[in-house]
Design a protein. Structure first.
Length: 389
């Protein structure tokens, strides 16, 4: 949940000066070190006794799904006693970095798969009818993404990945470069491929080095393209108050940055402006992250249909859960796969490096390695996502 931006305490002391330190020392420390408990409450809620309505049980797990920029674009309409319609909140898309809503739709696939896994734990089969009112064109629209039906089925077996939903993370941190990722673990990830979404992995030293370079270059393209970086900056939530008011987007917390924000030394405006400490801090934080991928996994589809994108999300979150089961850090880094114009050279490089054939689409890429378990990311409560609740 925290974004520390690579700034040391010494840097902060110099930046905020005596006034800022006095603020911290005079009681500000309490203000800048508090955890945004309300924003993290949906993670704890899955430990509560399950609701009688299996749909609500499934969806309280589904809202913990990974999704681009943590936009949480899902809206849920309960229908009758055993169905639900899933819609996209069109205000929660990413038009600059995801101009065709491909990544947003992959996030919906993750959401649907977590709902399916949670329903199976209760002995229910969740039938998914994708795009029941027709497929969208270039952008998603107000028609439903999916119609779901929950059917009690004694033959439904529990999914072994269910217990790892609470510990699934996106590991935005440097990995231990002394610990390789074992071939058997990579093979286990590949075994999660579906007919629509094929997983491949590598720990080959030469290819790993190439992917480190290309993914870093792609990250810098996104940062140095004003409109795409502004999209990220606009979604920054700085400090506990902002995070709890809007528990989505890019959460920035922790004592150092919150102290800087209180002292006026860190803001969205400064983060957007090249050459500032805040802007440079983004680079210095992410450089060691992107340079320490120890292995990589990616998902390829034969085409790029909307149904393919949903299938990618379902497969992707299963990989993420399986990595959590094995104690493996898992970090989606798909900047090079984005469709905005400035990213085209990186896209050609990454697809060439990964051996994609003409007509195939590399949909997702993740760096793998070992590190500490990162914190949880904020979530809106389930009730805020149910239409008419």
């Amino acid at each position: 949940m925290e974004v520390m931006m690579g700034l040391s305490r010494r840097t902060v002391v110099r930046a905020i000066g005596g006034t800022g330190l006095a603020l911290v020392g005079a009681g500000g420390l309490f203000a800048v070190t508090r955890t945004p408990e309300r924003a993290l409450a949906p993670w704890a809620a899955i430990e509560d006794p399950p609701p009688a309505d299996v749909r609500l049980d499934a969806f309280r797990h589904a809202i913990l799904a990974p999704n681009p920029h943590n936009r949480q674009p899902w809206l849920i309409k309960l229908v009758g006693v055993d169905e639900a319609l899933i819609f996209c909140d069109l205000e929660r898309r990413l038009p600059e970095t995801d101009p065709f809503d491909r990544q947003i739709l992959i996030g919906f696939g993750c959401f649907l798969e977590l709902a399916r896994i949670a329903a199976a734990e209760r002995g229910f089969k969740m039938d998914i009818s994708a795009f029941p009112d027709g497929l969208p064109a270039e952008r998603l629209d107000r028609r439903p993404i999916a119609r779901l039906r929950f059917v009690a089925n004694p033959s439904t077996t529990a999914d072994p990945l269910f217990g790892y939903i609470p510990v699934r993370r996106s590991s935005k941190q440097p990995f231990d470069t002394t610990r390789p990722v074992e071939d058997r673990i990579l093979a286990s990830l590949v075994s999660l491929s579906s007919s629509a979404a094929r997983i491949a992995t590598t720990a080959d030293a030469a290819l790993v080095e190439t992917l480190r370079t290309v993914t870093w270059d792609a990250w810098m393209i996104e940062l140095n393209t004003a409109r795409t970086w502004q999209e990220t900056v606009d979604l920054m939530r700085i400090g506990r108050s902002e995070i709890e008011a809007n528990p989505d987007g890019v959460s920035i917390g922790g004592p150092i940055l919150e102290a800087m924000a209180l002292a006026g030394q860190f803001s969205r405006e400064q983060s957007a402006r090249p050459g500032t400490a805040a802007h440079n801090g983004s680079i210095s934080r992410y450089r060691p992250i992107m340079a320490t991928g120890m292995a990589y996994a990616w998902i390829t589809t034969e085409g790029n249909a909307r149904t393919d994108q949903l299938a990618v999300g379902q497969t992707f979150v299963r990989m993420n859960l399986d990595a959590a089961r094995k104690g493996l850090g898992f970090h989606p880094i798909s900047q090079a796969l984005q469709e905005f114009k400035e990213m085209e050279p990186a896209y050609r490089k990454i697809t060439g490096a990964l051996g994609a054939r003409p007509g195939q689409r590399v949909q997702m890429l993740a760096r793998l390695g070992y590190g500490s378990l990162p914190g949880r990311t904020p979530r809106w409560p389930l009730r805020s996502k149910i239409l008419g609740a």
